[in-house]
Design a protein around this ligand. Structure first.
Ligand code: XIL
Length: 319
């Protein structure tokens, strides 16, 4: 294949990237590369609650709209990210819950309105929604969050039902990290899905974020884990793949990184239900890794000058 779009067609799996809206707007090279390489996009931040409703009742859709419009013009499908999370919530919401001015009843209404408003706005334009993000802790317990504390565990089923009502054709996903290998998290998430299915809650997919690092072993059981979710009737997606390394970059590390990317793609290809692989950024010029992991970086497919790294070439060589 000559680029990722061609690879995507050959392999019959969508290949996507997270999109940083400021770069999309301001940087021709970013825009050109994104639109050349990818047929699926996810907003890195622009669809998160703090971005779309920074003040109560004041909606700021410009960035999210810009992503949707760019996607339409470039024939890219969209993953909506994300309707319910414990991070990047607007300050008015978290402080209102904390000081008691928003009680549980009102919080539930606020969540329902948020999901309904956002999903309706993009009805028919979003292929898949990350309805709930990171709702399980590393030890397999339910994530401690304002949602669990004030609404109880039923908030997950509610979120899926509200999203489905607002856009019955969108595929609704549960999304998480470390789900590639963390046994307690895997078992709890499987049980959540089974329970939702038993209650006939509209859930259609599982998202594996796929934030990997070469200083850790590749999650060798990942394909099996994907298959266990597929066996419950879910579509599988890799939603936020990146492979970070402890700096400095060396040729050896880049070779290992290339192998991790290649294996993530071949794992997805080995599971019939895995239909999408999305990377969390495509150039080291714009990646969340250096800002979040001390001393780490170089996690994406292209360097700071948009030159393809060995990882990019490794993906293209997959048959
Ligand atoms: C990250 C973004 O990349 C950063 O720009 C932002 O500051 C924090 O969030 N899991 C997710 C993503 O689901 O939304 C996160 O994105 C990365 C981890």
């Amino acid at each position: 294949a000559k680029d990722l779009r061609q690879l995507s067609q050959q392999l019959h799996i969508k290949i996507g990237s997270a999109v940083d809206i400021a770069s999309l707007r301001d940087e021709p090279m970013y825009r050109k590369t994104l639109n050349r390489e990818f047929n699926h996009v996810t907003a890195e931040n622009a669809m998160k609650w703090e971005s779309v409703e920074p003040e109560r009742g004041v909606y700021t859709w410009d960035d999210a709209d810009a992503l949707v419009e760019n996607a339409r013009r470039n024939h890219q499908q969209i993953r909506g990210h994300t309707l319910l999370w414990h991070n990047q919530l607007p300050a008015w919401l978290t402080s209102g819950v904390e000081d008691g001015s928003i009680d549980a009843t009102e919080l539930r209404e606020i969540l329902r309105d948020h999901i309904t408003t956002q999903v309706r706005r993009y009805k028919g334009k979003i292929r898949a929604w990350d309805v709930v993000n990171e709702v399980v802790e590393e030890d397999g317990s339910m994530r401690q969050s304002i949602w669990l504390t004030h609404l109880g565990p039923g908030y997950i089923a509610d979120a899926f039902r509200w999203a489905h009502k607002a856009d019955p054709h969108a595929k609704l996903f549960i999304n998480d990290y470390n789900l590639e290998w963390n046994a307690p998290k895997i078992e709890t998430t499987l049980n959540i899905v089974k329970d939702l299915k038993a209650e006939r809650v509209p859930i259609h997919g599982i998202g594996f974020q796929g934030h990997l690092g070469i200083q850790y072993d590749y999650p060798g059981d990942w394909a099996n884990v994907m298959q266990r979710f597929a066996d419950l009737g879910l579509e599988v997606a890799v939603t936020e793949l990146d492979v970070r390394m402890v700096l400095p970059v060396t040729p050896e590390k880049l070779a290992t990184q290339a192998d991790y990317y290649r294996r993530a793609l071949t794992d997805c290809l080995s599971v019939r239900a895995c239909r999408e692989l999305t990377v969390w950024g495509f150039t080291d010029l714009h990646s969340w890794v250096p800002g979040w992991f001390d001393g780490e970086g170089a996690a994406t497919l292209m360097d700071e000058n948009y030159a393809p790294k060995p990882a990019y070439k490794a993906l293209l060589s997959v048959k």
